[in-house]
Design a binder for this molecule. Structure first.
Ligand code: NAP
Length: 478
């Protein structure tokens, strides 16, 4: 673990083995934090907080900018760690470091010295002003699908706003965030301001979110776990931001640019083997183009080459053997609900032996109430449903407990706007999938979470607002 600027072995005997999902081989282990370790990390953060919140904002910005520079210099190293830890390709790791992590650090470094309050004068009565202070010791719980991608989303604004951060990464993929904390320390972050505790969610994680020393909890993970964490936090009235699961609809209108929509639909579900919260896992295709579209998409899916990060593969493994088995169980349920068009199993290839690979899988004519259309699978499994008109598409798209993202492919501007207006999702993509606009804020709908992520408004999630009101006149209250 990384606590108070030092590596820490953990006070208990517990340990978690880290497995490379491309090979199925254990290659590292981390300690399982117990209550004493959590106390130590959170006490250290409380100490670090005092130093950091009193550090000049422009100096905080300098540290964040140094972190951005340093991680870019060590891009290969961090991409390698995430490749071994998660099965993601080196290319996507490099993109994450340069275009996501460094960019966010730079963005929030730019905000650090622009955080200010408001004033309001009631002539002859009051001078009122607001102050914005850090929330305090913030706890960040991070899943395994892109630890640096997701971790930097809350760590960067939290640090910029003067908070101390304690991270509990996933026990499946904790290594890059551990090294990130060490890098931050090298860049001048005072001891305790960024600590990382390791261990399983069921033990370390649940004790972490219940810890009375946390002033805010920033959780990314499944809706089921998120609900448990929200309940734990509600009991103590702790501030929470929840980024949870999704089952995002991807709507293709008959007037779409078909070639682009095909590329987009494949990317939306097969990138990172479908293990992306906003993956386009429900494809809604307008009836006139449905049959031909699915046939072409199935050809593309069956041509996808599977392999680890050191091959020229198009798609990697899922994270664990148990996640592979869960995906296969969803596929088995889907066989009784819809028509399997391609995939549906694990690849028979000696070169992939030991890895947790699942074939790119497409089901067609999926009824909107089928389990594979309603439950988040978090694997390379696509549920296709045909529709007649826009009203039906929007109704099917919104008939889900989730509301993370949605997309529409159309060449008609009015259709695009109507869809964007009516879709219940925190982000709507038109004629592309996955936004790169980190400079824009968003809030999930429904069971996909609450609170603001990214962009300028996210900074308020890491600040406490205080009103100061001074009586300046003779009249106007006691
Ligand atoms: P998960 O099982 O909910 O785990 C997320 C994190 O919570 C992990 O660090 C996990 O630790 C920890 N955890 C587990 N049980 C806990 C508990 N009782 N108390 C506190 N922490 C606990 O989710 P996952 O399977 O790792 O990740 C995939 C899910 O995350 C999907 O649903 C995906 O949609 C969602 N996600 C959402 C976003 C978004 O921005 N909305 C982004 C990425 C992923 P362990 O891993 O050690 O158990």
């Amino acid at each position: 673990m990384f606590i108070h600027g030092e590596w820490h072995a953990g006070s208990g005997a517990g340990e978690v083995e880290i497995t490379n999902p491309s090979t199925g081989k254990v290659f590292a282990s981390v300690p399982e934090a117990d209550q004493a370790d959590l106390d130590r990390a959170i006490d250290s953060a409380r100490e670090g907080l005092e130093a950091w919140r009193n550090t000049q904002p422009r100096v905080r910005a300098q540290v964040l900018n140094r972190m951005a520079e340093r991680i870019k210099e060590r891009d290969q190293h961090f991409a390698r760690i995430e490749a071994d830890d998660t099965g993601a390709s080196i290319g996507s790791g490099l993109w994450t470091i340069h275009d996501v992590v460094a960019r966010r650090l730079e963005y929030y470094a730019g905000m650090a010295d622009k955080i200010r309050g408001d004033t309001f004068v009631t002539p002859g009565q009051f001078l009122s002003y607001s102050m914005r202070e850090p929330v305090g010791v913030t706890g960040h719980v991070i899943p395994w699908n892109g630890p640096l991608w997701i971790g930097s989303r809350s760590i960067a604004p939290a640090l910029a706003a003067g908070n101390a951060v304690v991270v509990k990464p996933s026990s499946e993929a904790p290594l890059s965030l551990l090294e990130f904390a060490a890098l931050a320390f090298e860049c001048g972050l005072p001891p305790g301001v960024l600590n990382v505790v390791t261990g399983r969610g069921s033990s370390t994680g649940s004790a972490f979110v219940a810890h009375p020393g946390l002033d805010g909890i920033y959780f990314t993970g499944s809706t089921a776990t998120g609900r448990r964490v929200t309940e734990a936090a509600a009991g103590r009235s702790v501030r929470t931001v929840m980024e949870l699961g999704g089952k995002s609809p991807n709507i293709v209108m008959a007037d779409a640019d078909i070639e682009q929509a095909l590329q987009g639909a494949a990317f939306a579900i097969f990138a990172n083997a479908g293990q992306i919260c906003v993956a386009g896992s429900r494809l809604l295709v307008q009836a006139p183009i449905h049959e031909q579209f699915v046939a072409r998409l199935a050809e593309m899916a069956s041509a996808i080459r599977l392999g680890g990060p050191d091959t020229d593969a198009d798609m990697g493994p899922v994270i664990t053997a148990s996640q592979r088995d869960a995906v296969l169980a969803h596929i088995a349920a889907g066989r009784g609900e819809a028509s399997l068009v391609t995939g549906g199993g694990t690849p028979q290839d000696d070169a992939l032996e030991g890895g947790f690979f699942v074939e790119p899988t497409i089901f067609d004519d999926v009824p909107p109430d089928a389990s594979i259309a309603r439950e988040e699978i978090f694997g390379p499994v696509l549920a296709v449903t045909p529709f007649e008109d826009l009203d039906e598409a929007v109704a099917i798209a919104n008939d889900t407990p989730f509301g993370l993202a949605a997309a529409v492919w159309t060449t008609d501007l009015l259709t695009a706007h109507r869809c964007a207006e009516r879709l219940q999702a925190g982000q709507v993509f038109v004629n592309h999938y996955y936004t790169a606009a980190f400079e824009m804020s968003r809030t999930p709908y429904k069971a996909s979470g609450h609170g603001v992520s990214e962009g300028p408004d996210a900074i308020w999630e890491y600040l406490q607002q205080k009103l100061v009101s001074i009586k300046t006149g003779e009249s106007g209250g006691w």
